[in-house]
Design a protein around this ligand. Structure first.
Ligand SMILES: O=P(O)(O)O[C@@H]1C[C@H](O)[C@@H](CO)O1
Ligand SMILES: Nc1nc2[nH]cnc2c(=O)[nH]1
Length: 294
């Protein structure tokens, strides 16, 4: 069940990729941003870019999903050094769970302190509308309960402890800061907070599954983010995460609506510029020190 030691995502493998990146890019990122489906435009807002195609980065997975370009972009956002994944990896692409989260460990070795994760998600909360931005305050990792967990296998203490706490997975100060930034930008009408539930995908949920997830306390459902959060927290980085509600989860048996990736990408396109403003303003307000916020 557990990967062997020569798996491509050991500490030494992550260090080798981090060293390669540090030798190529002058920027020393404090913040890492992961772009959700159709949100790659966030990466284009970085100034003084140095970008790498995933295929050219040693030991890095490849993006296979439309709306995930497959580039790692270094640069600055409002003067703050950042690195941005223009495209992430998902379990349903067939990668081992340790591989889809490997970029988090590489970020930690690059010196990143804060990770901002974005995703497209289906809205389970009946008060949510398509186009809402949900600040993730907590998650439900159903597959993780059953052992499909990114930290399964031998623990390398150089990354973090064997049994990391997840009750503080999503940084509360950053959530408050994001609410403040959203209000200041006039986004209050479409800014929410809630619980994100990850499923394996790639099929969208059945009506019965949506009803079950809603009953369990999830406000939104998606296919990413949670594994990245766990690994980022394991190696000591702060996490802020948001979902763009790209579609309403279908909850009624007489509904004619059908979830589809085109709608997901279209909603991302419509909200793209507001998301970019939101994230760049948030980044500009995160202080490098682990303790202070402006
Ligand atoms: O990378 P994210 O979580 O934004 O991607 C979501 C989940 C699936 O990959 C895809 C479904 O449309 O969007
Ligand atoms: N699982 C899941 N992922 C999504 N990503 C965007 N929308 C959805 C959805 O409705 N369900």
């Amino acid at each position: 069940m557990f990967p062997d030691s020569n798996n491509g995502y050991s500490y030494e493998d992550c260090q080798a990729t981090a060293d390669w990146l540090l030798a190529q890019a002058a920027v020393r990122p404090q913040v890492a941003i992961v772009c959700g489906s159709g949100m790659g435009g966030l990466a284009d807002t970085l100034k003084d870019q140095v970008a790498f195609n995933y295929k050219d980065i040693p030991n890095f997975p490849l993006s296979t999903v439309p709306g995930h370009a497959g580039r790692l972009v270094f640069g600055t956002l409002k003067g703050r050094p950042c690195v941005c994944m223009q495209g992430r990896f998902h379990l349903y692409e067939g990668y081992p769970i340790q591989k889809i989260t490997k970029p988090m460990r590489i970020f930690a070795l690059l010196g990143v302190e804060t990770v901002i994760l974005t995703n497209a998600a289906g809205g389970l909360n009946q008060d949510f509308k398509v186009g809402d931005i949900m600040i993730i305050k907590n998650h439900i990792n159903i597959a993780g309960f059953a052992g499909n967990h990114p930290l399964a296998g031998p623990n390398d203490d150089r990354f973090g402890v064997r049994f990391p706490c997840m009750s503080d997975a999503y940084d509360r100060d950053l959530q408050q800061l994001a609410l403040d930034v959203g209000q200041e930008l006039g986004y209050g009408d479409f800014l929410r907070d809630g619980v994100y539930c990850v499923v394996g995908g790639p099929s969208f949920e059945t009506i019965a599954e949506c009803r079950m997830l809603h009953k369990l306390g999830a406000d939104a459902v998606g296919m990413s983010t949670v594994h990245e959060t766990i690994v980022a927290r394991h190696c000591g980085m702060r996490v802020f995460a948001l979902s763009l509600i790209t579609n309403k989860a279908v909850m009624e048996y007489d509904s004619e609506e059908k979830a589809n990736h085109e709608e997901v990408l279209e909603t991302s396109r419509v909200r793209a510029s507001q998301l970019e403003t939101f994230v760049s303003n948030l980044v500009s307000r995160i202080k490098p020190s682990k303790l202070s916020y402006s």
